[in-house]
Each structure stands twice: as C-alpha cells, then as structure tokens.
Design a protein around this ligand. Structure first.
Ligand code: AMP
Length: 286
C-alpha cells in the first residue's frame, strides 16, 4: 500500500491501475478511522480492483464555530487499518493541495446542492454540505473512480452526493454501505472519542430511540409527530442529552412528512457533552 500527498502522484497510480485493466474504488474519509470506515474499504475492495482511501480533514465543511484543529488525527493507526482492510493507496493531501486558490478573493468554485442542503444537519451547519459536495466533486475529478463508497450513517450526505453525481452527469457509481454499530447500538463515529464514560453510556439512547420508532411503525403507527414524541422521551431519559433535531423526512426530497408512508428517513442529531452525534434509519411501509 502506498501513501501519497500530491494530486499528481495519486493520478499516476490510478492511471497505472487503469491501464492494467483495473477498476477504481474511492473511499473518501476525514481519517480517525474506525470499523465503520474499514467496512467501506472492504466493500470497495470486493466491488473494485484498486482502492484509494482519501484522508482529508476538509476545512470547507467546518463552520466558524466548529474547531477543525480539535478534529482527531491518527494517521499511523489509519495506515495500519487501511492496509489490513485492502486499500491500495492512501491519498492524504494538505489543504493547500486541495484548495490552492483558497485565499484568493476571485473565482472560488463551489458545488451547491440546492434545497437538500437546508434541512436536518443543514439547519445548524450552514455551508457544511457545500463544503462536502465541493470536496467530493474535487476528489471524484482527481481520482476518477468507477465507484465511490459512503456510509448510511451520514444519510443526508449520501443523498446529496447521489444528487450531485446524477445532476452533474459524473461518470461513477455511488455505493451506500450500512451503518456499523457498537454492541449497544451506538453508530461508530470518529466523534465518539470525545465522550466520557457517562456520556458514552447515554449515547446508546440515539439508536434506542430509532429502534423504538421502528417498533411503533411496525405496529402500525404512522403519525410523525407522535413517533417523534416517543423518540424524544427516550433521548430525554438522560439529562446530559440536548436534542438538535429529530426529523422524519422523505428519502428523496428530505422534506418532512406528516405520515410515514413509502421510503422514509428517520434522522436524529443529539449533543452530548462536546460531541454532536447523528444517526438514522430508513423504513419502508405503506
Ligand atoms: P468521515 O470520516 O466521518 O467523514 O466518514 C467517512 C465515510 O465513512 C462517510 O461516508 C461516512 O458515512 C462513513 N462512516 C462513518 N461512520 C460510519 C459507520 N459507523 N458505519 C458506516 N459508515 C460510516
């Protein structure tokens, strides 16, 4: 496995792999890798021949109040995990490599996926999805993969990226992989390491609330307000949780639905201590 920092280097390795007839998979990450990321890499390796993992803490998706310097960086452990999971290349560029024009006041290009970037996490993180879409568009152009692999855990992100790829006719497939969870159901996240022992216990309430909603829906309840009310009760079992949102939305439009019918996304964001955790499930019912 190779680790490269320059666009030219990764392009050269990808070109060599392509001329040997290999298909290319890309797994975009911000590092501090865990089993959730490794499962994406393993899936990428099953579905494509040559897997590039990008590790880039993308400054343009952090808001002014979000501390990018505090984001965990664990390149040595990440390298070992990538190698074990079957990655062929780690592409770990510097911010200057990706945004050489960043400080210029003329001509920055952004990808805005309109409307889908407004609800859910977009409400409290203005500009976040513009940063995500832009960096993914750049990575897709740099690596030119046949397929890119994303986690269901970040549901809004994968819906936005799928929309961008379809609308801008980008020639790659987006594969969304299931959320990998801890034993108590907590979705694995690089941000879980911010939790102390008590907060970590309470963090399991997010998935407990989603599971309760699933049971209620399976039992015939369709009224979103009532379902959200029951989920709130579970999250509020701890005094340490602060709900950012609990929303029930259509999976295509991300618009709130009054009744759960068809493919529906139940999404939740909760602050516990200094960590903001997100999770979701998709249900399909009539
Ligand atoms: P991040 O490094 O947090 O930007 O995540 C990189 C990719 O890993 C994204 O596509 C995430 O959705 C995915 N990911 C993060 N956590 C998990 C998880 N617990 N299960 C599956 N995929 C995940």
């Amino acid at each position: 496995m190779k680790i490269v920092k320059k666009i030219q280097e990764v392009r050269k390795l990808v070109a060599e792999a392509k001329s040997a007839g290999k298909t290319i998979g890309l797994v975009p990450t911000m590092g501090a890798l865990h089993e959730g990321h490794f499962s994406l890499i393993r899936t990428a390796k099953k579905q494509t021949d040559f897997v590039v993992v990008s590790i880039f803490v993308n400054p343009t998706q952090f808001g002014p109040t979000e501390d990018i310097d505090k984001y965990p960086r664990t390149l040595d452990a990440d390298t070992a995990g990538c190698e074990k999971s079957g990655a062929d290349v780690i592409f770990a560029p510097t911010p200057d490599e990706i945004y050489p024009q960043q400080n210029l006041s003329w001509g920055n290009v952004w990808v805005n996926v309109e409307k889908l970037d407004q609800p859910l996490c977009g409400r409290n993180r203005p500009g976040h999805f513009r940063g995500v879409a832009t960096v993914c568009a750049k990575l897709f152009n740099i690596v030119q993969p046949d397929a890119a692999f994303f986690g269901q855990k970040d549901a809004q992100q994968s819906i936005i990226i799928q929309r961008m790829v379809a609308d801008l006719n980008m020639p790659l497939k987006i594969v969304v992989c299931p959320t990998v969870r801890e034993k108590d159901g907590l979705a694995m996240s690089s941000r879980n390491r911010y939790l102390n022992a008590d907060e970590r216990k309470d963090a399991a309430l997010l998935y407990a609330a989603l599971q309760e909603a699933e049971i209620l829906i399976a039992g015939g309840l369709r009224d979103s307000k009532k379902i959200i009310g029951e989920m709130e009760k579970i999250i509020k079992l701890s005094g340490r949780t602060k709900i950012d949102y609990i929303d029930i939305v259509n999976t295509k439009t991300l618009k709130e639905v009054e009744q759960v019918r068809g493919e529906t996304l139940l999404a939740i964001a909760v602050k516990i201590g200094s960590a903001r955790l997100i999770d979701n499930i998709i249900v399909d019912c009539n």
